[in-house]
Design a protein around this ligand. Sequence first.
Ligand SMILES: Cc1cc2nc3c(=O)[nH]c(=O)nc-3n(C[C@H](O)[C@H](O)[C@H](O)COP(=O)(O)OP(=O)(O)OC[C@H]3O[C@@H](n4cnc5c(N)ncnc54)[C@H](O)[C@@H]3O)c2cc1C
Length: 382
Amino acid sequence: MITEQYDVVVAGAGGMGSAALYHLARRGVRVCAVERFGIAHDRGSSHGDTRIIRKAYMEHPDYVPLLHRAYALWDELEAEGAGELFARVGLLVAGDPNAEAMQGQAACYQEHDLPHEELDAAAIAERYPSLAFPEEWSGFYDPLGGFLRVEDCVRRHVALAQKHGAKLYTGEVMLSWRREGEGVVVETERRRLLAARLVLATGAWAVPELCRLGVAACAVRKVLLWYQGRGVEQYARGAFPCFFIADGEQYFYGFPAEAPWGLKLAEHNVSHDPVADPLQLNRALTDGDQSCVLDFIARFFPALQPELSKYAVCMYSLTPDKNFVLDIHPECPAVVLGAGFSGHGFKFSPVVGEILAELALEGDTQHPIEFLRLSRFAQRRS
Ligand SMILES: Cc1cc2nc3c(=O)[nH]c(=O)nc-3n(C[C@H](O)[C@H](O)[C@H](O)COP(=O)(O)OP(=O)(O)OC[C@H]3O[C@@H](n4cnc5c(N)ncnc54)[C@H](O)[C@@H]3O)c2cc1C
């Protein structure tokens, strides 16, 4: 077995690990990543072409300062290579004004000065005649919203990290890690890695570690669906934005139609199929996977006669409060945890990468992450 020495080892090179790798490498430290599959693979949580990005944050207004930094870092990342990463197409957030998501969006606008337009149902119908929403619904148009090309973002982070000297071990599984002195020993099938710090960014595979630390996390199966069909051009990029729709407390979201797959749609909180082992994730389309989305299309996107063109199966790693876990490992200060991104983390990945790098190298971060630390669960238990 080969033994190698690094300042930092990053376990997992998905959305968050690839960003951490880049932020560590650009600080000039000796860093490597161990990734069990390939780069931008489709077995974890960072695939399926696109992810929504937005600054006005209905989940928790404390995310907004992190998003200011994420936006600046996305701009930098995009400028450092060729090809669009961030499609600035705007976002329509609409639905029942009493829904928690709509209330959260309004509360965020009260707390943070962010550009937006308030729209009633008539204004939405005038602007987007291919939508049919109930009269009592309302919405917000967010000009800062849009989507990220998820696999390209991961590839860009990894490519730039390698340019800064990072090493990458793909197709290699981290079998174990343990504390040794002030540092860690990481074992894979092929090598023993001695490092001062370990960043754990293993996505759904980090759920057991969160549970062991007393966080009742779980991985759930989520399906992404793409539709072509008559009328799809009425929802095409250019005329149509990204959208997040609160149908009561059932949330749906999607992306304007683009060639070759058409309109992409998914439910956010309707299904809740737990995944006991991410390696055993059912990646086939099941009978029930489309039903609520097709019903949603029939009610609110009446111009489309949907024909399924593609699907993808992915995992959310949910924490009890649906907020991330970013912290130093409570049992081993040489280990940094970035996990539990709860189905809304990708837009943050560059700032998460920066935070993980700071926690690994300096033991703390300049960013306001108190609400994301593990101690919040301990407070709740006591
Ligand atoms: C369907 C879906 C829709 C989403 N929509 C949005 C959205 O619109 N906007 C948004 O911001 N976020 C969204 N998210 C959330 C976002 O995509 C995730 O929060 C983010 O991608 C998680 O990244 P990650 O690095 O934690 O996990 P992953 O990208 O899965 O990375 C973990 C990596 O660790 C590797 N790994 C695990 N164990 C080991 C090991 N022992 N050894 C080596 N490698 C290992 C895995 O192979 C994997 O590559 C969505 C998620 C899903 C599933």
